[in-house]
Design a protein around this ligand. Structure first.
Ligand SMILES: Nc1ncnc2c1ncn2[C@@H]1O[C@H](COP(=O)(O)OP(=O)(O)OP(=O)(O)O)[C@@H](O)[C@H]1O
Length: 274
């Protein structure tokens, strides 16, 4: 079991309470006539503004962890707490981006980005009144990811990488405290993917939210994370925790450094041990 890491508060005296606490989380699913254990036990803390990645073999429960954090599938074994409260229903302070960006084809790019503000409180209430302000928020995000000139295009007029960038804008427009990323760049080519690392890092640094990334790409996890958790095969636990102390903002040139290579190799070693 990985021990929680306490961090000092702004005053430097009391450790601040982690925004997310995984307290002996387990997971079982029905399998035929029995229950199959997917996650044996996971305990860890995630601080406000921290970027963490989960890597591990297929089927070890990585996506299930994101579903638990989102509150879409509340945990039944152990307790997952957000701001000290058990997560028992879908959280409003969460943004989600998947491998498949699923933009609505009949809405222009900017209207796809605005969508969460039409459905999430408190924005929903004054969406019409504050429409211009929200449009400006969406435009700012789209500019930050290089889509300033594509806001009036439909999703089918964008490349895969552009759609994913728009999807990231949509997941951040309502200023979530937690950004959940399920292999968001898995379908992109290697060059586009690396550009997306930089862009995501910039968005996350600006948003100052928690980032939780599921990825099979160890270099991606090193580039983006403060902490990488390696999960063991099912029934899974945290097999290894690696703190990534590379300075920020990170650049693609840093991926060529010995430090970067050593960190990725360290992760690889622990995945191979499983
Ligand atoms: N609703 C469900 N009912 C039954 N079993 C499920 C359900 N959802 C997931 N599982 C099982 O739980 C296990 C973990 O699934 P999950 O998608 O979390 O794994 P993962 O680590 O994200 O896998 P991958 O890396 O292949 O995406 C898998 O064996 C899957 O078959």
């Amino acid at each position: 079991m990985v021990q929680p890491v306490a961090t000092a508060s702004a005053e430097g005296t009391q450790p601040s309470r982690p925004l997310l606490e995984f307290d002996r989380i387990g997971l079982e699913y029905p399998f035929g006539d029995t229950m199959r254990t997917i996650i044996q036990e996971v305990s860890l803390d995630i601080q406000a503004g921290e970027f963490v990645s989960f890597v591990g073999p297929s089927g070890c429960g990585k996506t299930s962890i994101l579903r638990m954090v989102s509150g879409l599938s509340p945990t039944k074994i152990g307790e997952l707490r957000c701001h000290g409260q058990p997560v028992v229903k879908p959280l409003k302070n969460v943004g989600i981006a998947f491998q498949n960006p699923v933009l609505l084809p009949w809405r222009r790019t900017i209207d796809n980005v605005l969508l969460p503000l039409e459905v999430v409180h408190p924005y929903k209430r004054d969406f019409k009144v504050n429409h211009q302000h929200y449009v400006e928020m969406a435009q700012k995000l789209l500019s930050a990811v290089g889509l300033k000139d594509f806001q009036q295009q439909f999703p089918w007029q964008l490349s895969g990488g552009m759609r994913q960038r728009a999807s990231l804008c949509r997941s951040l427009i309502h200023k979530p405290e937690i950004l959940l990323l399920d292999e968001p760049f898995g379908a992109l080519d290697a060059f586009t993917r690396e550009e997306m690392w930089v862009m995501l890092q910039n968005l996350w640094m600006e948003a100052q939210c928690i980032g939780i990334l599921i990825t099979h790409d160890l270099r991606e996890s090193v580039f983006l994370s403060d902490t990488v958790y390696v999960m063991s095969p099912r029934p899974s636990e945290i097999a290894f925790k690696l703190h990534i102390d590379l300075p920020r903002p990170r650049t693609l040139e840093m991926c060529l450094s010995d430090d970067f290579a050593h960190l990725a190799a360290e992760l690889r070693r622990h995945i191979h041990k499983n």
